[in-house]
Design a protein around this ligand. Structure first.
Ligand code: PLP
Length: 436
């Protein structure tokens, strides 16, 4: 059924009149892949319907939060109940305590957490806390890792380790970027060099332990071990940005996976978001009591929020966590995600397409590259035109993946074997057309 008018196109046209680029977050605009963004009308389970009534299998899940799929009945019920009791009070509520207790229970690296409203805010606040707690100003981040859009974190590498980072956005003064040292992911040599040069002035090293903003790239175990050792040696805090990986790759986050391979491993601070809000604006950062008590009102590091710990968002987050803590949840999710990632690789190779894929829990990545990349530069060797052909081929067949080659994908508990099979069949057709 082809509608006479394309409602997506109509809405996009209207949106562009009043919203810069027609969207409220840039990647939604399809700039990288071209074409018209799909305006979502509603979603249920693993699917959403666009403004033309066209159905898609959703592998974005709001960029991670929708781990249960859309409209899980228990979550909907919890949110409806919460709304009846009030939207926001600007005073503490029991659910904030419950959510903090639940998070700390599931992630033993944290004694305390503070709830905020977005991942950006959580990462920015963790950074301020790390600087306040150490009395140092320099920070280390890695090329291809995204930690939200706070000024000090919108920085790319300078021309060498001894030089300052460069802003990646207009409006970020070089003076703000100059305290951010940007290194290549998974490169131990650079890490050692940076600590040798700046060690006594490094407040923290912030990292996505499994990077989901340069598609899907794992920090190697030796690299992570070295990050931990160097932070310890130099008195810097190791900050895990688990906004994407927290409650997504495993119940205890990516840190639980590294702790299995590096005895006694834990980060100092952890940044959370996405899944812990279940689709509502909610994020958090946490760590040891001694560090967290540096925050206002206990300590000198200021941080606040009118809507922080919002009662509706905490209800949504708690109901979501209740589902994911059920026995076997991550095993089932991981098996389904693995079936997709492995299945795509089999289909691609059978059509003679260079392809590699990886996944953990409910998060996956695939590349039109013969081998899994280890850093941002290698990810960006992907042929963008071929990725775009794949993206649009899948979209036409009702399969919605991220509209950019440097984004990860997400499977939810609502995706069925049928959804996976349909996806693989669509992928087979598209790969066949790409070979021609
Ligand atoms: C999404 C994301 C953020 C930013 O979170 P927002 O809620 O979009 O501000 C930060 N870090 C990582 C790793 C993310 O994936």
């Amino acid at each position: 059924m082809t509608p006479n008018t394309d409602r997506n196109e109509e809405l996009f046209e209207r949106a562009r009149q009043r919203i810069p680029g027609g969207v409220n977050s840039p990647v939604r605009a399809f700039r990288a892949v071209g074409g018209t963004p799909r305006f979502v009308q509603r979603a249920q389970g693993a699917h959403f319907w666009d403004a033309n009534g066209q159905r898609y299998i959703d592998y974005i899940g709001s960029w991670g939060p929708m781990i249960l799929g859309h409209g899980h009945p228990a979550v909907v019920e919890a949110v409806q109940q919460a709304v009846l009791d009030g939207f926001s009070f600007g005073a503490p509520t029991e659910r904030e305590v419950q959510l903090a207790e639940a998070i700390v229970h599931l992630m033993p690296s944290m004694d305390m957490v503070r709830l905020v409203s977005s991942g950006t805010e959580a990462a920015m606040s963790a950074l301020r806390l790390a600087r306040g707690a150490t009395g140092r100003k320099r920070i280390i981040k890695f090329e291809g890792c995204y930690h939200g859009h706070a000024d000090a974190l919108l920085v790319k590498a300078g021309s060498g380790l001894a030089t300052f980072g460069n802003p990646t956005s207009a409006g970020v003064p070089p003076e703000v970027a100059q305290h951010t040292v940007v290194l290549e992911y998974n490169h131990i040599g650079q890490l050692e060099e940076a600590f040798a040069l700046h060690g006594s002035d490094i407040a923290c090293l912030m990292i996505e332990p499994i990077a989901g903003n340069m598609n899907f790239v794992r920090a190697s175990v030796p690299f992570m071990r070295r990050c931990r050792e160097l932070c310890d040696q130099h008195g810097a805090l190791l900050v895990f940005d688990e906004v994407m990986t927290g409650f997504r790759v495993a119940l205890g986050g990516a840190q639980s996976l590294y702790a299995r391979q590096i005895p006694g491993f834990r980060p100092d601070l952890t940044v959370l978001g996405k899944v812990i809000g279940g689709g509502m604006p909610l994020a958090a950062f946490g760590g040891p009591r001694a560090v967290m008590e540096q925050l206002a009102p206990m300590g000198p590091v200021y941080q606040a929020g009118t809507l922080s710990g919002n009662p509706v968002a905490t209800a949504c987050g708690l109901a979501t966590l209740e589902q994911v803590t059920r026995p076997g949840f991550y095993e089932a999710l991981a098996a389904r995600t693995r079936a997709l990632a492995d299945g795509l690789a089999v289909v691609a190779r059978s059509e003679g397409i260079e392809f590699s894929a990886d996944c953990e829990g409910g998060m996956f990545g695939f590349f039109l590259l013969p081998e899994l990349p280890q850093d941002y530069r290698s990810v960006m060797r992907t042929d963008a035109a071929r990725f775009n052909a794949l993206f649009h081929g899948l979209l036409e067949r009702g399969v919605y993946i991220a509209p950019a080659l440097y984004e990860a994908g997400f499977v939810s508990a609502a995706h069925t074997d049928d959804d996976i099979a349909t996806t693989l069949e669509a992928a087979r057709e598209v790969f066949a057309s790409m070979r021609a």
